[in-house]
Design a protein around this ligand. Structure first.
Ligand code: AMP
Length: 215
């Protein structure tokens, strides 16, 4: 199983990805998480990415694709992968097809989590992320009860800089212009299934599970 989770900012990709990797044999690869880890560790890659991320823009394709290529060389990816937040442009999708082809593998399913813009703004304004494990929570809809890795008591939660309303608007624009064309790209490959991401976390996961168990 090699999956792509497609959806706008705040569509619940990270939350669903956590659930999917707990139940299916896939390794979660989030390019956003990889960039944030690089920023935290003050790497060269992190400092190149930060300026774009702070504005809500996409990090250039060459940087992003290079980072994913490197990650795919690690042995844990062999059993199956779940891409979250990648690809975000047609160039990235084509590069991913090439990369997977070179490994004699292919993307088997693309789940498109569809959520309205109003709901996205509502969700992101209350989103909290754990600085240590990057798990996403929400002040109202998904409050912190316990750490999924049993490592903390919620003391590391923070609001991401790019979840500020003006940056969220920029990210929504970027999604429409650069990422939404991937819906047609993967539909024409016969891989895309649209899942409503508007319900609660459990409800959305039920729909996701139904699709994956049917594959
Ligand atoms: P995310 O955590 O997926 O919301 O990503 C946060 C930010 O990281 C995005 O707004 C982009 O600036 C950057 N980013 C993450 N994934 C990609 C990607 N595939 N291509 C370009 N930029 C990305």
């Amino acid at each position: 199983m090699n999956l792509v989770l497609l959806g706008g900012p705040g569509s619940g990709k990270g939350t669903q990805a956590d659930r999917i990797q707990n139940e299916f044999a896939v390794v979660h690869i989030s390019t956003g998480k990889l960039f944030r880890a690089n920023i935290k560790n003050v790497t060269e890659l992190g400092s190149s990415a930060k300026a774009y991320m702070d504005k809500g823009d996409l990090v250039p394709d060459e940087i992003t694709i290079g980072m994913v290529r490197e990650r795919m060389m690690e042995p844990d990816t062999a059993s199956g992968v779940l891409f979250d937040g990648f690809p975000r442009t047609i160039t990235q999708a084509e590069a991913l097809d090439d990369l997977m082809g070179g490994l004699d593998r292919e993307i088997t399913r693309v789940l498109y989590l569809s959520v309205s813009d109003e709901e996205i703004v509502r969700r992101l304004s209350g989103r909290l992320i754990c600085r240590e494990c990057e798990s996403p929570f929400h002040k109202e809809f998904n409050p912190f009860h316990s750490c999924p890795y049993s490592k903390c008591e919620g003391e590391h939660l923070y609001q991401r800089d790019d979840d500020k309303p003006e940056t969220v608007r920029a990210r929504l624009r970027v999604f429409q212009e650069q990422t939404a064309p991937l819906i047609d790209y993967y539909t024409s490959q016969g891989k895309l299934v649209k899942v409503s991401g508007e319900g609660g976390v459990d409800e959305v996961f039920e729909s996701v599970r139904n699709v994956l168990e049917g594959d």
